[in-house]
Design a protein around this ligand. Structure first.
Ligand SMILES: Cc1ncc(COP(=O)(O)O)c(C=O)c1O
Length: 375
């Protein structure tokens, strides 16, 4: 592996132990229930074209890091949408329109959630309006249009696009399908998370009798991470170490874990990991994450293109893997944590460990992916 000497230099930015950690399966499954989780699997696994995404062994990287196994859940193969988000938004659209006569769905998005909502709307014969900020690439907008959505670009950041979405949706009686929860908006984000939990069901079957010791979960607003924690509670009969990774410029979960309450942070510079560049953890995920996370870590954008290239060039595994920007931080943070001998001891990471990381997306933004490959 040509990158051997190079990865030994990789470093994390911040690391935090959650002083309030107390993983309680029953408490977690009261927030996202087994019924919610089972129903999502039953419905989604019956969708046309459904199949489990691959669980790939990074069988070169584990040797370098002196870890028993590293499993990589490859969401580039999720339907034809190229990210795990295909499971959430589209499922929430399908569920929420039952017993409601709204004809138009709306959402604000960094890209992949909107693609899923557009796809779900199209499948269900509904109109779809998608609000994006000035930071979302035109290449992502184009894909959402290809699923029949009208894409509305809003000046400012993600939060501005969400505010505009809420304003126009209230005015025009559109059904908002958002993956972020707020005080009186919890059902749709919960449905979204129930959809994501399908990944954990698949993994629990794919690992057979093997036990996962550590799970590294990417967080933007925390929906995916919390859904995996709920999935772990539902499908595994043990509790792995739960590590949440965020871009260093958008560590809203880490900052909240530090104080024990939701902290809103100011993003000075948008991370290239666009789907994870979020300033505030969402309400429902927070209720799950606040006691279930064991450790938080942050990582700089410097390792995004390096990881993308190593995945593509088979430096980490025998298989060539197409992983986009948000599929990288699980791997780069694992490398960085492994390089720190004190941390290895602290989090019990060693040659017996089986680590699970999530390759959340493929080349969902094709232009950016090509750029990252060439960088
Ligand atoms: C493309 C993409 N968007 C968003 C997220 C974050 O998900 P959430 O906002 O639910 O935490 C991820 C996680 O890695 C991702 O890959």
């Amino acid at each position: 592996m040509s990158s051997n000497s190079e990865v030994s230099q990789w470093r994390y930015e911040k690391f935090l132990i959650n002083k309030n950690s107390n993983f309680d399966k029953n408490k977690i499954l009261k927030i996202l229930t087994s019924k919610d989780i089972d129903e999502a699997y039953k419905i989604i696994s019956n969708w046309d074209g459904y199949s489990s995404t691959p669980l790939i062994l990074l069988n070169k990287l584990n040797k370098k890091l002196k870890i028993n196994k590293i499993y990589y859940k490859d969401e580039s193969k999720r339907f034809h949408l190229k990210s795990f988000k295909a499971l959430g938004g589209a499922y929430a659209v399908e569920k929420i329109i039952q017993g409601n006569n709204k004809k138009t769905i709306s959402t604000a998005t960094a890209g992949n959630h909107g693609r899923s909502v557009a796809w779900g709307s199209q499948k269900n014969g509904l109109e779809c309006k998608i609000f994006i900020s000035e930071f979302v690439s035109e290449s992502r907008a184009k894909v959402m249009r290809s699923f029949g959505a009208e894409v509305i670009r809003v000046k400012g950041n993600y939060e501005d696009s969400l505010n505009e979405c809420i304003k126009l949706s209230n005015k025009n009686d559109w059904q908002i399908v958002q993956d972020v929860a707020w005080e009186d908006y919890r059902l749709v984000p919960k449905l979204t998370m129930a959809g994501y939990s399908v990944m954990m069901k698949e993994i629990s079957k794919q690992i057979k009798d093997e036990k996962i010791s550590h799970v590294i979960l990417q967080a933007g607003v925390g929906g995916m991470a919390a859904a995996m924690v709920a999935g772990i509670s539902r499908y595994l009969n043990y509790i792995p170490q739960i590590i949440v990774v965020e871009p260093n410029s958008a560590a809203c979960v880490l900052e909240s874990i530090k104080t024990g309450k939701i902290e809103k942070i100011t993003i000075e510079e948008e991370s290239i990991m666009g789907g994870m560049s979020c300033g505030e953890v969402s309400l429902v995920p927070w209720e799950i994450l606040k006691e279930s996370i064991h450790f938080c870590v942050t990582i700089s954008d410097d390792y995004v293109s390096k990881t993308v290239k190593n995945l593509a060039n088979k430096a980490f595994s025998d298989e060539k893997i197409v992983g986009g920007e948000c599929s990288t931080p699980g791997i780069s943070s694992l490398i960085a944590l492994s390089n720190d001998l004190e941390i290895r001891k602290q989090i019990d990471l060693n040659e017996n460990s089986n680590v699970l990381v999530f390759g959340c997306e493929g080349d969902a933004d094709e232009e950016l992916y090509q750029r990252l490959l060439k960088e």
